[in-house]
Design a protein around this ligand. Structure first.
Ligand code: BMA
Length: 384
């Protein structure tokens, strides 16, 4: 054997050894190796991250905002119902919830009772689904909502700012909400959630958006939020999702990125490509971009919010959405895609039984890549 052959064979032997040792990690060792924002996260939370990452190369979990709370022609159904189930026989796999008005009212901005929401979130966990939370937070002075922009109010809520204590009070209320999300009688378990704070900040329609704070202020806000919830409030059942609106480059994506230590999920909210001025064919490249960023950082990518309002094309689900989700062999490796809420008859993103795209939606969810509630493996345990 000459020297070259010796080196080659040694490298192969080393590779095999590494493969064998990595594939024989015990479940306990896997838990200690999982790199997420919260080192003290519960096993279920770590498992959720691990399993979503494992599923992402082959499957996309399909989600819907407020799925269990209401649909296009119904509201406050007390048995489990969702428009998606009415159409295809099962609920989505991912369920979005919204915190706006927490602490000010018993109901959120879209008239969903917070009490009922807690119940639904526990049900979701019990059925093996995933809960994700967004928060269109009101401003602290003058009680303006999240869309009433024009002033640089972020600096006031950062540590040292005149409204910082108010931000903390808001996060305290949130911590109380999250602390109620426990299931089980004797051994209570916290329900893991994916929290998507300060979203779509690459646009300027929210007061935390690009024109209303510097990149440094935005990062400081995001970092403070994570540290406060994790370290001060002791919440250990949260994965953190960062979700700008559509951006055109990795550089732009990372401009306000708070850092690897603060983010678990590399998200993006994409509506623009499906609107009149947009081009749906841009979707695969955008997905490729977030999957690449996630891979470089050891994280998960997700289409955190999306949809085509009122779905005006009958075969949109398969001819456009599915085709484009699958088109790029990297881009298809997102863990989940969630469409927005079925709020009104002119503002809905999932079909209902009378909708002309319902049949095509059934074909969409029959695709092996798309997972709904009954098809997801146990996300909250790690199995060898
Ligand atoms: C927006 C719209 C609003 C809703 C808000 C918060 O995109 O759906 O009607 O109040 O989200 O959920």
């Amino acid at each position: 054997m000459n020297f070259k052959q010796f080196i080659f064979q040694s490298l192969i032997a080393l590779g095999c050894l590494l493969l064998i040792t990595s594939s024989t990690l015990s479940v306990k060792e896997i838990y200690t190796h999982i790199q997420i924002v919260d080192k003290r996260a519960t096993k279920e939370t770590k498992s959720l991250f691990y399993n979503l990452k494992k599923l992402a190369p082959s499957h996309i979990l399909f989600g819907h905002e407020d799925a269990l709370a209401y649909g296009v022609k119904w509201k406050n159904w007390h048995k489990q119902r969702s428009d998606i189930k009415d159409v295809c026989g099962q609920h989505p796999a991912v369920f979005g919830w919204e915190m706006s008005k927490l602490g000010k009212s018993d109901y959120n901005i879209d008239s969903v009772s917070f009490k009922a929401m807690k119940g639904w979130m526990k049900e979701v966990y019990k059925m093996g689904g995933v809960n994700t939370i967004s928060w269109h937070m009101d401003q602290f002075e003058e009680d303006k909502n999240s869309w009433q922009v024009g002033e640089r109010v972020v600096e006031d809520i950062l540590p040292g700012g005149k409204n910082h204590e108010q931000l903390k009070e808001k996060l305290d209320l949130f911590a109380n909400f999250i602390n109620d999300l426990k299931v089980g009688f004797i051994f209570k378990k916290e329900v893991p959630i994916i929290l998507r704070m300060w979203h779509e900040h690459s646009g300027s329609w929210f007061w935390w958006g690009k024109d209303w704070c510097t990149a440094e202020e935005y990062k400081a806000l995001y970092q403070f939020t994570v540290r406060y919830l994790r370290d001060e409030k002791g919440l250990h059942n949260i994965l953190y999702c960062y979700s700008p609106d559509v951006v055109e480059s990795k550089q732009e994506y990372l401009e306000r990125y708070p850092g690897d230590a603060y983010v678990d999920i590399i998200g993006m909210d994409i509506y623009r490509d499906f609107k009149k001025m947009g081009n749906p064919e841009d979707l695969p490249d955008r997905l490729k971009m977030i999957v690449e960023i996630a891979e470089e950082k050891g994280k998960i990518a997700a289409l955190s919010e999306t949809g085509f309002e009122t779905i005006p094309q009958n075969e949109w689900w398969t001819k456009t959405f599915l085709r484009l989700l699958k088109q790029d062999k990297k881009g298809r490796n997102i863990a989940y895609a969630m469409v927005w809420r079925n709020g009104r008859s002119d503002h809905f993103y999932a079909p209902h039984p009378d909708h002309p795209s319902a049949l095509d939606f059934i074909r969409f969810v029959q695709d092996d890549m798309i997972l709904l509630e009954k098809e997801i493996p146990d996300l909250y345990k790690i199995r060898r």
